[in-house]
Design a protein around this ligand. Sequence first.
Ligand code: NAI
Ligand code: AKG
Length: 526
Amino acid sequence: MKVLVMDGVSEQGLAPLRQQADIEVVIGEKMTEDQLVEVIGDYDGMIVRSATKVTERVVEAAKKLKVIGRAGVGVDNIDRAAATNKGILVVNAPDGNTIAAAEHTMAMMLGLARKVPAACGKLKNGCWDKKAFLGVELRGKTLGVIGLGRIGSAVAKRAQAMEMNIIAYDPYISEEHAKKMAIEIVTLNELYARADFITVHMPKTKETYHMINKESIALMKEGVRIINCARGGIVDEAALYEAMIAGKVAGAALDVFETEPNTDSPLIQLDNFIATPHLGASTAEAQINVAVDVAEEIVAALRGEIVKNAVNMPSMSPKLLAKIRPFLDLAEKLGKFQAQMLNGRVEKVEVVYSGDLARYDVNPITTILLKGLLDPILQENVNFVNAPLVAKNRGITVVQTTTDNAEDYNNLITVTIYTDKGKRILAGTLFQNNDSRIVNIDGYRINAATTGHMLVVPHIDKPRIVGRVGTLVGDKDINIAGMQVGRIEIGGKAIMVMMVDNIIPQCALDELAKIDGVLEVKMVSL
Ligand SMILES: NC(=O)C1=CN([C@@H]2O[C@H](COP(=O)(O)OP(=O)(O)OC[C@H]3O[C@@H](n4cnc5c(N)ncnc54)[C@H](O)[C@@H]3O)[C@@H](O)[C@H]2O)C=CC1
Ligand SMILES: O=C(O)CCC(=O)C(=O)O
């Protein structure tokens, strides 16, 4: 077997691969997409860092590729959907560079506080200028951490040692987990209002893209300092530039840019701006760690063994998989549905398997349900193998029970999510021919397919609500494909599930929420 290693992955870390007599390791030079497309057909495995883009064309051209390994955390340079379609496993090495990225963030924070790069630059240009570089202390300042995962937590711990007060925003981490680290969880707006330094440590997702923008900067303290050692694009660079020119932002440090490599951003010319060329993971230690981790994963994957950090694929015995595959699909959809219906911080997930289903080993089904629930939130890391661990690490309790009694159904999966704002129940079943259906939301019986886009509207059961919702959706030129209304008693609470052909824009959802009698409006896409 042949494994192509790109992007200067640490040679020392490749030992687990080099030790395999039947695996040839080929160190690749920097390649264009066309060059990669030309050679990839020869390889069974591939390792990249962030420079090589494993695009759909590259994946398509692969003839015998079984695994793509990322020596690091972020897999946004790999087309995971294309790899999954082709049955290629994608693995990463999420733990090995946590400390490196956290320490780089601390270096950025201290560099900003004491203006180290600018002072050094001036001195190197022959100017001993003591007056221009009055700094600030970190002690007693408030650090706002957005994204309290591995790196965010490691930064918080280090900043606590500098006697900073830590506040954090992470909607997917339990308050209890934060409490254990002596970190105060706050809302995003509170974080903006209170923090002297703000550092972001989440993946780049639809939700986090340009999260730090003109509007959010306006909510921040005068003289705030901003750091991004996570992913380019989380900070809107144009808005940051304007705010720095206006003096609202006293300093900023970016290790990552929306377009990389980047040498011509106007930010780079500002004295109070520190730029590094995506160096967060660039320590000797981290590079060995991630290379060892990913090399071990590649060996396991090529040998057909269980991998720890699969990003895109379930691994289980083909016999069990054949039996439970339709339930896996249903469970993942239920998790995904719940993720989009969430209000508040997830504290507990309770899954009840009823009827025929109770005879199987339901652990893999719970795992994929958790993946469906957590994957939209922790996009880069949650997979079939690690979903339970991710939930545990985030302080989420998972309870799974089985019962023979499925009431009117042959089988039923009921998922109750408990958050700090209440609970939400969702149940789904598989009818004959593996037709999967959502049959209950919060106690209201419905019958909805598990595909497409759905508008879910809990409301008061009274005249003119269904009509007004339908009219408003139609006025936005969105076709309604079907509708279900579930209620328990006349005039009480009810739920409307409207199948629509397109996603309804947020502004229209806001309008719908204002209709008298509408209690909540959620857009769910499966
Ligand atoms: N500059 C560099 O060289 C490096 C950058 N990274 C990047 O750092 C980031 C963090 O990595 P890890 O801590 O390992 O990931 P992680 O998955 O452990 O943590 C991410 C955290 O972000 C939170 N999150 C997700 N969406 C959020 C939102 N909308 N608002 C607030 N929080 C949200 C999640 O709940 C999670 O706790 C990733 O983007 C990763 O790619 C990682 C290593 C090196
Ligand atoms: O490999 C690198 O240098 C970048 C690491 C990184 O950004 C990540 O692990 O997400």
